[in-house]
Design a protein around this ligand. Structure first.
Ligand SMILES: [Zn+2]
Length: 250
């Protein structure tokens, strides 16, 4: 799919994300706003732009056969992030909101991680936190706002705004990356390696994310596959949901 289709992609993502959010937090059915998945500010359509979760630059070295067979947007995975300048602790951050924040702090490391020979690359904390941030967006893309609204969502969103070190309470298991041999050539048998950017397995308190040849773990305070009680007054605790609407830097 070419860049020319981006406006309609934005519309589709907007409506899907709005539908999901209003089902969880009815407050949003009375307005035309959306929570930015990372900063959690309540913003209108014009304040968002389409974000490639695996950045486009990282896909530039995919083999020509893969580029031909699978559109770029499918190889990267998409979401909306805000583009309104961030103000953190009364300081205006240059650039266009969470979109620029990811571009500045994480995209170069994601690109390096995907394109390098990992046997010859020193994996830094920044690489790890970049993948952690990708993991959060991958979970959001798969399961929607309930991921962001959980206690573990607040923790992951806090990490997004701390690019230099892991924040307290991030489990040690989420500070490890396992990697296998990179696939360098495209074949139809391995189409899935390129076409499905994030393979997610949910366990009791975590989700394992496979991104191409890497695997890492994300914390989860609730299994997002379990059904949510949206209208019953009395339900067992595991079916209840208390959205945490704090921004990561409140
Ligand atoms: Zn934002």
């Amino acid at each position: 799919m070419s860049e020319i289709d981006i406006p309609s992609i934005k519309q589709r993502l907007w409506h899907r994300m709005r539908g999901d959010l209003t089902s969880l937090v009815p407050y949003f059915s009375d307005n035309d706003l959306l929570l930015c998945p990372t900063c959690f500010r309540r913003l209108g359509f014009e304040d968002f732009s389409v974000e490639h979760i695996i950045p486009k630059q990282a896909l530039a070295c995919d083999p020509p056969e893969a580029r031909l067979a699978i559109p770029q947007n499918e190889r990267s995975g998409l979401t909306l992030l805000c583009r309104r300048p961030l103000i953190i602790k009364n300081r205006k951050i240059p650039g266009n909101g969470c979109n620029s924040w990811k571009g500045k702090y994480y995209d170069p490391s994601i690109r390096e991680f995907i394109q390098s020979d990992l046997n010859e690359t020193i994996i830094s904390t920044r690489h790890q936190i970049s993948l952690f941030s990708v993991g959060y967006l991958a979970l959001f893309r798969e399961f929607g706002y309930q991921i962001s609204l959980l206690t573990s969502g607040l923790l992951m969103r806090s990490q997004y705004f701390n690019p230099n070190s892991f924040v307290k309470n991030i489990p040690v298991t989420s500070q490890i990356i396992l990697a296998g041999e990179k696939i360098s050539n495209y074949s139809e048998n391995e189409r899935n390696y390129w076409s499905d950017p994030f393979k997610i397995t949910v366990n009791e308190n975590s989700a394992q994310i496979v991104m191409r040849n890497a695997c890492f773990s994300m914390p989860l305070s609730r299994d997002p596959r379990k059904p949510l009680a949206r209208s019953l007054l009395y339900v067992p605790p595991k079916y209840t949901f208390r959205p945490d609407l704090r921004t990561a830097f409140d």
